[in-house]
Ligand binder design. Structure first.
Ligand SMILES: *Cc1c(COP(=O)(O)O)cnc(C)c1O
Length: 354
């Protein structure tokens, strides 16, 4: 039987998607060739890329609004660099909200390219919360935030209203909840948290913000070049793009983000409720900033760890260990994780308390 997979990333994918993907590796499109041994310029693969890009814009409700969707490589970590490369002129100012490890890494790269200011940080409270009282300076070129903190289990519930270019790293919660995505000018996400296998990164960018810095941009880092070449400037990650396309189609068939958000809320409510009512456990993140995707918690009594680990492993649960930097437990409940898996975890926690 399939395990209950709470892995933080690479993540669980729908079983139907894995099946289709496995078939396509052997025989794609009934052409008696594998998906991964045909030209990325062949008609069937170009159709896959186009479908993936259009499903992204459709699901985010960003069609015909001046956005382009790109499937790039280098992970979300490459976007930490590409964002300032493409958006920050030499006399500009990049502003960042620091909500954890990933934001901090993005800040580090921006500093290589120019004036970078951290306008608020929750570092002092161990990144248990999201800063709320801050203003984006008038001279900011862009504002960058991380919508969901995968490691600490916090999530931004609202975003600042600003006329500045707004960039968001949505690696671990894209397609999980309804938002007005048009409030962002650039969204990026590594595929492997909530969309597909590792190896491709989604970038959704409003084309009108590009080409405004005088900087010479290396071709592979230039969003305008990737956009002009329809995300095929070089050989794209054909398999990850294909599986992402299947997952996006799966989500659309389910009823889109609106439908999956309800399931995600139900899963999170079930688990947080158990954490709050079970005397053995406590949540890590501040209640008001709790993530629907990555639920972080600890055992109050660490000496029970070995026993608890044995209990959830025996129940067929995988991937519950917290990030190595903070320890404890982390239940990642991405779109494809069924409610039943959360019920299994909650039952283990309840029985453990008895
Ligand atoms: C995992 C993660 C990243 C890093 O993604 P890579 O694709 O491994 O580079 C960046 N940001 C967030 C929010 C993440 O969860």
């Amino acid at each position: 039987m399939k395990k209950h997979n709470f892995s933080a990333g690479p993540c669980i994918l729908p079983q139907s998607v894995l099946k289709q993907a496995a078939e396509a590796v052997l025989n794609f499109n009934n052409d008696n060739l594998s998906l991964i041994e045909i030209s990325h310029r062949s008609k069937p693969f170009v159709a896959v890329m186009e479908k993936a890009r259009s499903l992204v814009l459709e699901l985010l409700n960003l069609q015909n609004k001046g956005y382009t969707a790109l499937f790039l490589q280098g992970g979300a970590s490459m976007e930490f660099l590409m964002v300032p490369y493409n958006l920050l002129p030499s006399n500009g100012k990049a502003t960042y909200l620091d909500t954890g490890t990933w934001s901090s890494k993005a800040i580090k790269e921006a500093k290589l390219l120019g004036n970078t200011e951290v306008i608020a940080s929750s570092k002092d409270d161990g990144f248990k919360s999201i800063p709320k009282q801050y203003t984006i300076p008038e001279d900011a070129t862009y504002f960058h935030c991380t919508s969901n903190n995968t490691i600490y289990g916090t999530q931004m519930k609202s975003f600042p209203k600003t006329n500045k270019i707004t960039v968001c790293d949505m690696s671990s919660d894209i397609f999980s909840r309804e938002l007005d995505f048009s409030q962002f000018d650039l969204i990026y996400a590594g595929a492997q948290k909530n969309m597909g296998p590792a190896g491709t990164t989604l970038v959704v960018v409003k084309e009108s913000i590009l080409g405004k810095t005088a900087r010479q941009i290396p071709s592979m880092l230039d969003y305008q070049i990737h956009s002009a070449k329809d995300s095929m400037f070089n050989t794209p990650a054909v398999f990850p793009v294909y599986v992402s396309m299947l997952t996006l189609q799966w989500l659309k068939d389910l009823g889109g983000i609106k439908a999956i958000e309800k399931v995600n809320e139900a899963k999170a409510a079930l688990l947080y409720n158990e954490i709050d009512s079970n005397a053995l456990f406590e949540g890590y993140a501040s209640k008001e900033d709790r993530s629907l995707m990555n639920v972080t918690f600890t055992l109050k009594d660490n000496s029970l760890q070995e026993k608890f680990d044995a209990a959830w492993k025996a129940a067929g649960i995988n991937g519950l260990n917290g990030h190595r930097s903070i320890g404890g437990y982390r239940a990642s409940m991405y779109n494809a994780l069924p409610l039943e898996s959360v019920q299994v975890l909650v039952t283990v926690m309840r029985n453990f308390n008895k």
